[in-house]
Design a protein around this ligand. Structure first.
Ligand code: SF4
Length: 185
């Protein structure tokens, strides 16, 4: 791959708790990284801002570069609904999430492509997220690196680090449907 940033790996960041363990691991492996916070799936701008504040602190603590993708929930709805009418009724972990991953990874892929970079995602840290499905979506781009951050105790480490630094830890995935699912369970 050629381009000015070809030696940098772009890390799509879903939230600071998940990304904390990924950043620690990648820096330990001596990778050069750039964070890409992209979360148009979130239910509100307030939730986006809460998560972004912790991501900004993570970037500052680890001295990593951060790019913030502007919040655009309307485009997320349009993209998901175009492929999946009735998507609101789907529970977490189903087809709606595949389309959601596709939207967010697509935003990261576009930044990576424009800058000649490879990219990966912090989404794989969480035990609530199916890494195989994420890799399947990511395989659409030849410059996607399939890193399973659950491995090497990634999730446990993300909890430790987020407690240590006081990062905001949300108790639902992100969209209004997952929020509703949390409220009824
Ligand atoms: S539950 Fe999470 S992954 Fe699934 S559509 Fe909502 S925000 Fe996206």
């Amino acid at each position: 791959m050629s381009g000015r940033d070809s030696d940098i790996l772009l890390l799509h960041v879903c939230c600071a708790p998940c990304a904390s363990a990924c950043v620690e691991r990648l820096l330990a492996e001596e990778r050069k990284i750039r964070l890409f916070f992209s979360n148009s799936n979130l239910c509100s701008e307030a939730e986006y801002s809460r998560r972004r504040e912790s991501v900004r602190r993570l970037a500052s603590l680890t001295r990593t570069e951060l790019v913030e993708d502007p919040y655009d929930h309307a485009s997320w709805h349009a993209a998901v609904s175009a492929s999946l009418p009735g998507y609101a009724r789907y529970p977490e972990g189903t087809e709606r999430c595949r389309l959601c991953f596709s939207f967010s990874l697509g935003r990261a892929a576009e930044h990576a492509r424009q800058n000649g970079m490879s990219f990966t995602t912090s989404l794989t840290v969480s035990p609530h997220k199916n890494s195989k499905l994420i890799f399947e979506v990511g395989s659409r781009w030849s410059f996607f690196e399939a890193v399973d951050f659950k491995k090497k105790d990634g999730f446990r480490r993300s909890i430790e680090l987020s407690k240590q630094y006081g990062f905001y830890r949300q108790d639902f995935c992100g969209c209004e449907f997952s929020q509703k699912q949390r409220d009824v369970s």
